[in-house]
Design a protein around this ligand. Structure first.
Ligand SMILES: [Fe+2]
Ligand SMILES: [Fe+2]
Length: 193
């Protein structure tokens, strides 16, 4: 399995960019006149994907970069920004889509995440590609292994939310949200047998 993962996993920086792309495309499905059921599914999909992504970065990417990057201001504020994001996610979970504050809170989360993603993509990922260039593949495999541990037990919930959040025919996006959906699908099938 380890060898298979190493061969199938994208590099860690590619995987982080893929996660960002999928979360941003989920954001773009949220519109003022979207139905409440779909709004809720979009928010649940985005929040769970963000939580898993943040944990993977905190456990694997940030420490690896910290060890070689020295004093990097963007890296210093990355974890506090995740903490603020988690606070907004907790607030959103206490609201119903019909509440006036629901849209405002989700827009605030979107705005914060977009700034954070821009910093990562213009500062942290290029720094990693320079300073960790021999370790990007190994770290990518490590991230895929950990992602399976975190997301595997929640694959049914993820698939259910994604089915409601995405219009028919775009279910590939659901797998993409986890950037390793093919492995998760296999894990899910194995659990059912
Ligand atoms: Fe981050
Ligand atoms: Fe990120």
């Amino acid at each position: 399995m380890n060898n298979v993962l190493s061969k199938m996993s994208p590099s860690i920086t590619k995987m982080i960019r893929m996660d960002h792309t999928h979360v941003l495309s989920t954001f773009h499905k949220f519109e003022v006149d979207t139905s409440s059921v779909r709004k809720q599914a979009i928010v649940k999909t985005a929040c769970l994907a963000l939580e898993i992504h943040a944990q993977l970065e905190e456990e694997i990417f940030y420490p690896a970069l910290q060890a070689v990057a020295g004093d990097n201001q963007v890296l210093h504020k990355a974890k506090p920004e995740h903490d603020e994001m988690k606070r907004l996610i907790a607030e959103l979970r206490g609201l119903a889509p019909e509440d006036e504050a629901f849209d405002l809170k989700f827009h605030e989360l979107m705005r914060d995440v977009m700034h954070h993603v821009a910093d990562e993509e213009t500062v942290l990922l290029p720094a990693a590609e320079l300073l960790l260039k021999d370790r990007l593949g190994e770290l990518g495999a490590q991230m895929t292994r950990r992602r399976l541990e975190l997301a595997g037990p929640r694959v049914a919930e993820i698939a259910g939310n994604s089915a409601l959040a995405m219009p028919a025919g775009t279910m590939l996006m659901a797998g993409g949200l986890l950037a390793g959906g093919y492995l998760l699908k296999r894990a899910f099938e194995q659990r059912r047998h």
